[in-house]
Design a protein around this ligand. Structure first.
Ligand code: BDR
Ligand code: CA
Length: 320
């Protein structure tokens, strides 16, 4: 039986790729997609979820719910320089030869239920069965914990794309974007007593999608590969300029892949906490991956990735 999953996302270019992978994975039943502010304002995030689902043209798309439009405590901060003004590599401005928008505004089909309520409702309906894959700031998840911690403890686990442990940050020397965007929410989730799996930058930076591979598949004209090429063009340019690679990191798709096939990664148990107060270190994920002497583990942290197997999975399911 496919594993029940809710995908919580701040869609975002790599979030869109994560939606594609999740929806194309028969091992998963995507119960709902919940939106949260992060890479881009919440309105853009919701539009981007629907644009991505429209590319798939799935017969029965999942329920889509609006979540929190700002972090618990910190000021809002987006990542337009990486994900574009629209959060989706500026595909919403693309026009075809006749001047028509290639990706027009989708029909808004947001659930009347708020994302936090939907997460709690589905957790209650499926005790010990539901996995939450969280690939944006943890604001929705923390709000759900604050509202009903017992019900959230009935989740099977939360797989979090977030944090960095031994290889440095992407928004500061020590912090990763999702955790940095709402560190107070992340600490609430760390303290919740829910099984957690962290998929940090240490492994997601190994998950490189090669630009030539994208172009090769897009050249065959399929809707998914064409969309991947269109929405990643700007994101790839960012990676070429700033990361010295000809492609882009598949941060969020890797978190989905861990829900599909956990054997793709190696994990170690650890006590993870988040710095919420430091001037220089806000959003740092603090853990000692070599020893458990600083506290009972509250998470498993991914430390290694089977890069080839993951890349093959992504190529077969999303690009081909
Ligand atoms: C994370 O931050 C966002 O830019 C990406 O969507 C990913 O979730 C990587 O740090
Ligand atoms: Ca994201």
């Amino acid at each position: 039986m496919p594993g029940r999953v809710i995908l919580d996302t701040d869609t975002g270019v790599d979030d869109a790729l994560a939606i594609l992978l999740a929806m194309r994975s028969p091992e998963l039943r995507i119960e709902a997609i919940t939106g949260v502010s992060g890479n881009t304002p919440l309105d853009h995030c919701m539009r981007n979820i629907h644009i991505t689902l429209d590319v798939l043209d799935a017969p029965s798309p999942p329920e889509v719910a609006r979540g929190e439009d700002r972090p618990l405590v910190r000021e809002l901060a987006f990542a337009g320089d990486i994900h574009g003004d629209d959060g989706l590599g500026d595909v919403t401005r693309m026009k075809d030869a006749s001047g028509a928008r290639v990706y027009p505004d989708p029909v808004q089909r947001d659930s009347p239920v708020h994302a936090v309520d939907l997460i709690l409702e589905r957790a209650g309906q499926n005790p010990d069965e539901l996995t939450l894959v969280a690939v944006g700031p943890l604001t929705n998840v923390a709000r759900a914990v604050m509202r009903d911690p017992d019900r959230m403890r009935s989740l099977r686990e939360i797989i979090i794309m977030g944090g960095t442990f031994e290889t440095g940050g992407n928004v500061s020397p020590v912090a990763e974007f999702n955790i940095h965007a709402d560190p107070h929410a992340a600490q609430i989730v760390c303290d919740a007593g829910i099984p957690l799996v962290f998929v940090p930058l240490d492994v997601t930076r190994q998950a490189l999608l090669d630009a030539e591979l994208i172009d090769r598949h897009a050249g065959e004209g399929g809707a998914r590969a064409t969309f991947v090429r269109d929405c990643t063009a700007r994101y790839v340019a960012f990676h070429r300029r700033n990361r010295g690679v000809n492609g882009c990191f598949l941060h969020d798709p890797l978190a989905v892949a861990v829900a599909v096939r956990e054997d793709l990664v190696t994990t170690v148990p650890a006590r993870v906490d988040v710095e919420t107060a430091g001037d220089l270190t806000t959003g740092m994920t603090v853990a000692d991956l070599r020893s458990q002497r600083w506290g009972e583990p509250n998470a498993r942290v991914c430390t290694a990735l089977d890069v080839q197997a993951f890349t093959r999975l992504f190529e077969e399911r999303v690009l081909a």
